[in-house]
Design a protein around this ligand. Sequence first.
Ligand code: FCB
Length: 444
Amino acid sequence: MNKITIAPDSPIMAKDFVFGVATAAFQIEGAADLREPCIWDTFCAEPGRIKDGSNGLEACDHLHRWQQDVELIAGLGVDAYRLSVSWGRVMYRDGSVNQAGLDFYIQLLNALKARGIKAFVTLYHWDLPQYLQDEGGWLNRITAYKFARYAEVISQAFGDRVYSYATLNEPFCSAYLGNEAGIHAPGVQNRQWGRQVAHHLLLAHGLALQVLRKNAPGAKNGIVLNFSPCHAASDSAADQRAADMANQYHNHWYIQPLFEGRYPDLLQQLPAAESPTIAPGDMEIIATPLDFLGVNYYTRTVYRANSKGWFSDVPPTAPPLTDMGWEIYPQGLTDILLELKQRYPLPPIYITENGAAFPDQLAQGQICDDARVAYYQQHLQATAEAITAGVPVKGYFAWSLLDNFEWAEGYAKRFGIVYVDYQTQQRTLKHSAIALRELFASRR
Ligand code: FCB
């Protein structure tokens, strides 16, 4: 069985470096009958949206199996567990609180605390209640204020059980994939809407962050963003410019407002009809100081100029690729961390997601996912290199604890370090889980 070998004097082997595993509510919880429907339920019900025609109604049935899953997490020897709260499980349409839903999370947090596992709670991992979508969703500015109210309810109810709160997970995906490209829920294809949604999400983040700072001053409060280094397909000036535009649009669009209170210069080049409306004072709210920044990293992206003066991505074809078709490019993690450090006054950083899907096979009770073991080895090494170069990375979370509902890909793509048999809901540690467990146990 392959191991993950990291030198004992590597900065990620220090006792205070936080290792964890991550999940998200819609992807694992199931028990849809015990919560309000969300935009992903609606999206899944539309023919052709999800590759395997599946949905999140049962998923990993985590809501009923959470005790067993907490034992699984504890058995890995992690320091932390990153989870998200389903908004529609804790708040009804009329704004009142679903106490049973809240109690589910409170019990889970209590169990983590009892085992000395730090809880990293994300308030929004894409599952907007459908009742809010019915009123315009994130296109409606009011949703940002409703999100702040939700943050209020959660932070009051959870008290000191939470080590860290993230307001949003990957607002790029909610805004761009969901409302501009239309490949995620709610499935809208509209450039202006995508940008307006991005702005309202960032506003929601700022408003909620102010609530969290007030109600949970002892917690580390921040946001989780995804980054992918943008490389040019060729040396041509046009392709170089395309890669730069993509970098502004997909990466810096979400981080520059947080640290500088303004969008990248690319905003000025957008036609007025396709630009977001920004109310006075919004950018100050968005720039509320962060205790930490979560960085999700999977791969790099290559761009070329297209005939519309914009950029198009060039999907990778050469190996090594994951089952998602994403290039395995560990250097990109070091590079993006260094780029961010050079550009912004960074708070502590946590790698809040990193991992890979592979076509795992369960054979004789084992899952020999050597490629995933190698992926973790390389990306942990890349993280250590960034720390040595001065980036303040304080922790690393593997995506994901369990195989789960991989959004538009359904259940066909397996990102877990633990294999899930969806017929029986049986969990089996993959070799990568065993390798990570051994790595965690070997720390000085
Ligand atoms: C990220 C999402 C996470 C998971 C991974 C593979 O963009 O945050 O939920 O789907 O990708």
